[in-house]
Design a protein around this ligand. Structure first.
Ligand code: UD1
Ligand code: CA
Length: 491
């Protein structure tokens, strides 16, 4: 067995490990990396995130647009983490602190570089020139250099491994290719028996070359020892006057090196340049997430109507009815029923809870076991203890609600005075009458009753009844007298 094959085998093994530990319940980074297994082959990944994203027509940088509740840049950094690649440099556009912050929040050890002028993908890679030596004092190069685009959010960790295997087997440059249903806009791979001869950008391609459907996904692996000399040789004589990374292929070949390509399905490497492609990527990822949820024990009655986030954590025997939307940061325990048209984000839902229809759970909603949340109820930054019920038309914000408490229809926690937010604390076994306004800060003791229609501004003792509304008056016979008098007035 050659050294390359041996390496490929060990990476493969780790890849399987990374995939098996990659469930929706686990952290995106596997605990072991290929670096811990001999033979050690070092790798630097440079992630390009400096493009302007003009075609998005957006104030937000393209790579911060989300797919399945997570920025595209984060998807790519997570995929790198899952494949065991730890040394990562991200290239951001001039002054793009927001992109740098996102990169650092997504992977703790990334180095961030700024591309001060946008002169093309090869120019962007060289903005991270400093990161190319593993040990800068010894000028010790990495074995593998991976260049990854941040606008390719569906990339799977296996694809990085595939490319590195091809490098390990002796190629100088490896390109990730795919058969595009519609190749317009993509660079085309020109191949011969010896492998890849060139990549021609759509704008530079002849009519005949435009007929080719084998396209460049934008990911490239380069032999770390040759990468810099190849990248430095790239010029900008092309339709766009840019330094194209894709020219690395021609240059490697001209230096009697080998360029190869490996292919993966289009659904893993579709690039996102505009909002139509963003929606297409979302559709692919939603399809994956629905299938993963169903495999994890979640019933989706109409999967295509349910929208999920990539970080949702599920228990078993959950039912999501049609038209449920789950945003980022949601944990759902076993035996939860979420009924139609509910919108949930940043919430924890305990075992046996029933949510909706038409419920809204916002960030910081923590529901314990067997809680019931009914229609047109909004919960924000509140702890709801086991067995409590909030079944109709309520707003509960910045509150804690004790076990088995019943919150009547139309109850509102008045948590905001226009400047500050205040907390409402309700004990266990309390009963809040319908249409009550609880003006925070306020505490209602265990077992207390609040009369319907009360505006509660003072604390209520445990087991007390609080009435904070006008006392009812009754004038016997008044209505009849009134009607009789009015009728007499009529001609
Ligand atoms: C690129 C490829 C094309 C490939 C396609 C796959 C080149 C020249 N073309 O085209 O062959 O089929 O991706 O999706 O590489 N970026 C920078 N700085 C720059 C320019 C771009 O950081 O100066 C970043 C962008 O943020 C993006 C990536 O590089 O993440 C690709 O740039 P983009 O302009 O989207 O290239 P495409 O036209 O899609
Ligand atoms: Ca692109």
């Amino acid at each position: 067995m050659t050294w390359g094959q041996l390496y490929a085998k060990s990476v493969n093994k780790l890849e399987r490990f990374a995939n098996s530990s990659w469930s929706l319940m686990t952290s995106p980074h596997p605990k072991t990396s290929p670096h811990s297994i001999a033979p050690p082959r070092t790798c630097l990944a440079i992630v390009l995130a400096a493009g302007e994203g003009k075609r998005m027509n957006s104030g937000l940088p393209k790579v911060l647009h989300s797919v399945a509740g997570r920025p595209m840049l984060t998807h790519v950094l997570n995929a790198l983490g899952q494949s065991g690649i730890q040394d990562v440099a991200v290239v951001v556009g001039p002054g793009r602190q927001d992109v740098a912050d996102c990169a650092r929040a997504s992977a703790s050890s990334v180095q961030v570089f700024e591309q001060t002028e946008r002169l093309g993908t090869a120019h962007a890679v060289l903005a991270a020139r400093q990161a190319l030596s593993k040990d800068q004092t010894l000028s010790k190069e990495y074995d593998d250099l991976l260049v990854v685009f941040a606008d390719t959010p569906l990339i799977k960790p296996e694809s990085f491994t595939l490319m590195r295997q091809s490098l390990a087997a002796g190629a100088d440059v490896v390109v990730l290719g795919f058969e595009a249903a519609n190749p317009t806009g993509y660079g085309r791979l020109i191949v011969d028996k010896g492998g890849l001869t060139a990549i021609v950008e759509h704008k530079d391609a002849t009519e005949a070359e435009r007929q080719i459907h084998l396209c460049n996904a934008g990911l490239m692996a380069l032999d770390g020892r040759k990468a810099l000399s190849i990248l430095d040789a790239i010029g900008n004589h092309n339709a766009q006057g840019e330094f194209y990374l894709t020219d690395a292929v021609k240059i490697a070949r001209a230096h009697t090196g080998t360029a190869r390509y490996v292919t993966v399905p289009e659904s893993e490497v579709m690039g996102v340049n505009d909002r139509i492609q963003l929606a297409a990527a979302e559709a692919v990822l939603q399809h994956r997430l629905r299938e993963a949820a169903m495999r994890a024990g979640v019933t989706l009655k109409a999967p295509e109507t349910v929208y999920l986030s990539i970080d949702t954590q599920y228990g078993r025997d959950i039912i999501l009815e049609p038209h449920v939307i789950i945003g980022p940061g949601v944990r759902i325990a076993d035996h939860v029923l979420i009924r139609s048209f509910s919108h949930i984000e940043g919430a924890e839902i305990g075992t046996g809870a029933i949510i909706g229809p038409f419920a809204r759970l916002r960030p910081g909603a923590k529901l314990a076991n067997d809680v019931h949340i009914g229609n047109f109820v909004e919960i924000k930054a509140s702890d709801v203890a086991a067995g409590a019920k909030i079944n109709h038309l309520s707003y509960i914000g910045d509150a804690s609600i004790g076990a088995k408490t019943n919150i009547g229809a139309g109850t509102i926690t008045c948590n905001y005075d226009g400047f500050n937010k205040y907390r409402t604390t309700i004990g266990a076994g309390a009963f809040i009458g319908s249409n009550s306004a609880l003006v925070a800060p306020v505490t209602i003791g265990d077992g207390a009753y609040i009369g319907s229609g009360s505006v509660v501004t003072e604390n209520v003792e445990p087991d007390a009844l609080a009435l904070a509304r006008g006392r009812q008056a009754q004038k016997l016979g008044w209505a009849k007298t009134f009607r009789d008098a009015r009728r007499k007035d009529r001609p």
